[in-house]
Design a protein around this ligand. Structure first.
Ligand SMILES: Cc1cc2nc3c(=O)[nH]c(=O)nc-3n(C[C@H](O)[C@H](O)[C@H](O)COP(=O)(O)OP(=O)(O)OC[C@H]3O[C@@H](n4cnc5c(N)ncnc54)[C@H](O)[C@@H]3O)c2cc1C
Length: 621
């Protein structure tokens, strides 16, 4: 049987990062896809990043992944969301040229050493003694040391348009039928989730003249820490709104909606509802915003963001044409809903390896998430671990204090999810420290040590760290004396005059003083523009940041206390039966993870700690 170190099933956003990571780490990797020409395809919106998601993209980049570089290369409009709010929630979003994005990824995959692509359908697995040996496909079986499963929305996918439904992985692509059954046979608990997409409109048929224009940022920022220059040929988006007539058409046709007639039973994406959901759930809202987003430079398709729907085609056409600017709109493709199978991700370790089937890792939509960025971040971690497993090395975990990726994976594997999971800044307890601007400082070293990040990028991050340290020292050590010129400047900034000397740091701590003002007080400041914002933030919020760092320290102490894999939780005296059963089922890997399982109380954690002390002492004797 032909054999590989790692087999990656799927060539979407998770599969690509997994396959690139594994092959870049030197493992011979086979990537399976149902269609070669759909590698890197964006199933839904033509955008990368956004609130909570940009942080994931930057982390993927800092670890040596591809998504950030692809978005920079294929971006057609860049905007910093929440620019007027705190840095912890600022997030970059880019509209991208969808066709270019897929072609870019296909080229990267094609050029990657150690990576082979086969158009084949994975149908099942061969496992022996609870450990994976081979992947069975319609083109034969392939042996492997580890596999990463990233089948996206394709697992038993069922597309709905009105009351019609048919089997598909997404529109015009077949579903993966056999795999879900085989996963159930391997002991996976399966759930059904639902998502949906908007119709696509023809650009020439839209009257943009009356619509609000939304331009990209004047000084666009890149996702990748290695991008030196962005293509600034940005395209505008336009904004329109639904109205009472749109809502009436939708309401009158709910008896033809698969969502409202009970045809779709699965749980949908709460934060990305269909237009019919919005109309029903917010009856008092007179209108909903619709962003008209171009899908690329060379396509005439426009994505009407906000109009996701699975209503019948004739209803879609009617409600679209009731919207300002869309009166004569022609539909290039109709919207649809899709139901698909996912696994209960609490059956995975924080390495993304299946607890019941060793050497099998899962990433992306199959773990209950929705979104390209969530998929990419998991794909990278799973690909790294599959490669490490193939080399019989210790696996790698990103914890909640290290990254958004760590939070995402911990949420999935510790708590699980009963609805499609999307990343948000609010899910991240240490978000003042885990920002999009410092992902390189947090993770580049790990990426470099794994063999994913190039020497130049790693050196750049290390150099930036050193510059920050020096600049911080300078701001702390450099004093400013009171005087008429200094106090006049402070008066202009609406802040109190100096009565005695202070440091540049002391001045920057004042909310009214910006970093750019400091040059007025001292001409010797020599700091790269990209670091100014970071320094300002670290100084202005130093009280909160220090508090979070102390919390992280406490958090890490609990994470360090490992729970032996053979541990019998029924022997821990004082634990309630319910908690014992929960711990037996979840099998947490450390005390920190145990403490986050719902229902596990602080008292139970103390009992575990006492038990472990005794257990470890006994092991030593
Ligand atoms: C209709 C629709 C609407 C969506 N709406 C949104 C949205 O509003 N917001 C949002 O954030 N996300 C949305 N998504 C989800 C987003 O597309 C996914 O989260 C993301 O693409 C998941 O990436 P992935 O790598 O897990 O899977 P995908 O990108 O779906 O890639 C799956 C890959 O697996 C391959 N594959 C599947 N089964 C097999 C098999 N048995 N053998 C070999 N290869 C196989 C496929 O060929 C494909 O290459 C939507 C998706 C769809 C389909």
């Amino acid at each position: 049987m032909e054999s590989y170190d790692v087999i990656v099933i799927g060539a979407g956003h998770a599969g690509i990062e997994a396959a690139l990571a594994s092959s870049r780490m030197g493992s011979t990797t086979l990537m399976l896809t149902l269609r070669q020409d759909s590698i890197g395809r964006m199933s839904c919106n033509p955008a990368i990043g956004g609130v909570g998601k940009a942080q994931l993209v930057r982390e993927v980049d800092a670890l040596g992944g591809q998504m950030g570089r692809a978005a920079d290369c294929c971006g057609i409009q860049f905007r910093m969301l929440n620019a007027s709010k705190g840095a912890a929630v600022q997030s970059l979003r880019a509209q991208v040229d969808m066709d270019l994005y897929a072609r870019y990824m296909q080229e990267v995959v094609r050029q990657q050493d150690n990576l082979f692509v086969l158009e084949a359908e994975a149908k099942g697995f061969e496992a022996r003694g609870g450990s994976l040996q081979a992947v069975v496909t319609d083109k034969g079986s392939f042996g492997c040391r580890a596999a990463v499963l990233c089948p996206g929305t394709f697992l038993d996918g069922k597309v709905h348009v009105g009351l019609q439904s048919f089997s598909a992985g997404r529109i015009n692509e077949p579903a993966a039928q056999a795999l879900a059954g085989n996963l159930a046979l391997l002991g996976f608990r399966l759930l059904r989730f639902k998502t949906g997409t908007c119709p696509r409109l023809r650009r020439q048929s839209i009257d943009f003249s009356r619509l609000l224009v939304q331009e990209g940022d004047i000084r666009p920022r890149a996702f990748s820490f290695s991008t030196e220059r962005l293509n600034t040929n940005q395209v505008p988006c336009h904004i329109t709104h639904t109205n009472s007539q749109t809502h009436t058409i939708i309401r009158e046709n709910l008896d033809r909606s698969p969502l409202y007639t009970g045809v779709i039973k699965s749980t949908g994406v709460r934060y990305c509802p269909s237009i019919e959901d919005k109309v029903v759930k917010f009856p008092d809202k007179e209108r909903h915003q619709v962003f008209l987003e171009p899908q690329g430079h060379n396509t005439d398709e426009i994505y009407p963001n906000g109009l996701s729907t699975s209503l019948p085609e004739d209803v879609q056409l009617r409600f679209i044409r009731s919207i300002d600017g869309l009166e004569a709109a022609e539909v290039a493709r109709f919207g649809y809903g899709i139901e698909h199978t996912v696994i209960d991700a609490t059956q995975l370790d924080p390495t993304l390896e299946a607890k019941g089937v060793r050497n099998l890792f899962c990433a992306g939509q199959i773990n209950g998430t929705t979104g390209y960025e969530e998929a990419a971040a998991q794909g990278l971690v799973a690909g790294v671990n599959a490669s490490l497993r193939a080399k019989e090395k210790k696996l790698f975990v990103l914890d909640r204090s290290s990254s958004y990726t760590g939070v995402l994976i911990d949420d999935l594997t510790t708590k699980g999810t009963n609805e499609p999971y999307r990343m948000f800044t609010s899910r991240v307890e240490y978000r003042l420290i885990l920002r999009q601007d410092n992902a390189d400082l947090r993770l580049s070293r790990i990426g470099y040590e794994l063999g994913l990040l190039g020497e130049a990028q790693y050196r750049r991050a290390a150099g930036k760290q050193e510059q920050l340290r020096e600049a911080m020292r300078f701001l702390k050590d450099t004093r400013v004396k009171p005087g008429p010129k200094v106090n006049e400047r402070l008066r202009q900034r609406h802040t109190a005059a100096l009565r005695r000397g202070t440091t540049l740091e002391g001045l920057l701590k004042r909310p009214q003083v910006r970093f750019s003002d400091l040059r007025f007080f001292n001409e010797g400041i020599d700091v790269a523009a990209e670091l100014e914002e970071q320094l300002e933030l670290e100084i202005k919020y130093s009280g909160f940041i220090d508090r979070q760092r102390a919390e992280v320290e406490r958090f890490r102490n609990l994470e360090k206390i490992r729970l032996p894999s053979e541990m019998d939780f029924r022997l821990v005296r004082g634990l309630s039966k319910e908690i014992q059963e929960k711990l037996e089922r979840f099998r947490p890997v450390n005390l920190g993870q145990a403490s986050r399982i719902s229902g596990v109380t602080p008292a139970a954690v103390s009992l575990l700690m006492v038990y472990l002390k005794k257990y470890n002492a006994e092991q030593k004797t």
